[in-house]
Design a protein around this ligand. Sequence first.
Ligand SMILES: *Cc1c(COP(=O)(O)O)cnc(C)c1O
Length: 453
Amino acid sequence: MLYHSTNLKAEPVNFGAALLKGLAEDGGLFMPERYPTFTAAELENLRALDYPGVAFEVLHKFLADELPADDLRRLVNDAYDFPVPLEAVENAPGRHVMRLDQGPTASFKDFAARMMGRLMQHFLGKEGRRLLILTATSGDTGSAIANAFYGLDNIQVVVLFPTTEVTARQRKQMTTLGRNIRVLSLDGKFDDCQALVKLAFNDRELDPLQLSSANSINIGRLLPQAVYYFHAWAKLTKPGEEIVFSVPSGNFGDLMGGLIAKKMGLPVRRFVVATNENDEFPLYWENGEYHVIAPSRNCISSAMNVGHPSNVARLIAMYGGVMDEKGRIHKPADLDAIRRDMYAVSVTDAQTEATIRDAWRDHRLLLEPHGAVAWAGLSRYAAAQLAEAEGRTCVSVETAHPAKFPEKIIELLGFDPALPPSLAGLDDKPEHVAPLDNDYPAFKAMLQERYGS
Ligand SMILES: *Cc1c(COP(=O)(O)O)cnc(C)c1O
């Protein structure tokens, strides 16, 4: 099983190589050359499995020739040790919310990051290699990466964050770990952190340290995001029933996971692609023209403020087209098929806030801004496609825990949501954090001294 680049100019490689490389040599993103499929009987067998069991069946289809079954079984059991609730929505027959917020950082990014970390550890170990993950964060990505790689053997992690731009809760999600996670607090801005990291990546004298970015476009983060669609279908549908998912989308990795699941034979009638005011994809879906939004628009669903989602190139490739990194389409995709499989909507901040209020008032459904974009998108789809949506199982994806947005929830609903167990207790743990000057030579010397031998 090989993975080729969306730019079609690099040699295809196997999964282990694609995972450790991240980006293809021609700057494109790795895509599987084909999609292994489930038979109807295999799909039925998923109904009896727990989440790690479903994860094993889905990932084994891709990894069978590179990762022994026993090893994969151990990795999925280790990565997915938290619940994946499917909540039936009151006063809304057939509607469910899938909560992907029970992992260590209470964000759906845990699903991808935890599996990618474990897969990297496995493939590095086979080659006797080690990695130093270097990442700059304005809050959420750093904590998901730090938590996902915490305690792994041949991987060290260094996270840089701007001292005054990160909330106390976000900081503690990184600094209370210790062990292989080193957290540096920079007296500067996020851009300064990112600049130091970039200089390090481009510094050939640091090659011996085996730097890697654990980037969000890594194929090792994408495949695990197909799994929860199988989980929801298996738990909620009757045999043969086609389901609808509404996916709050920023960089379109979550959606790509769903599209991969459909390619593998999962009976999905439609994906509602719900964006915030960064509406480049809904406009493309409507009129066939794609325009990058730069700079991206600032919305309250901040993790979705992406004006040119990198995974759109993958989506276009899956539908037979070619799009480069700048968002230029060199070969058109099959837009009719895209419109059959997806329904794209853009949701404004005002609509997002109204949705959080209405969902609570009408359904006792507690949503944070990202999940509210998905729920609003689902309502709009169901109103426009009445016959298709009527009586059908529809799942709206919630990607973060409402307690991560206490100010918004208090403002709109008048109460402070209870912390999930993963975030509770952070206040009492000791923090490990070192100050860092905005000084590249000093940063480089520190990296060489600590990780050089
Ligand atoms: C990253 C993120 C998203 C967007 O997911 P993509 O895969 O980038 O489309 C949505 N919600 C939350 C809470 C996120 O952290």
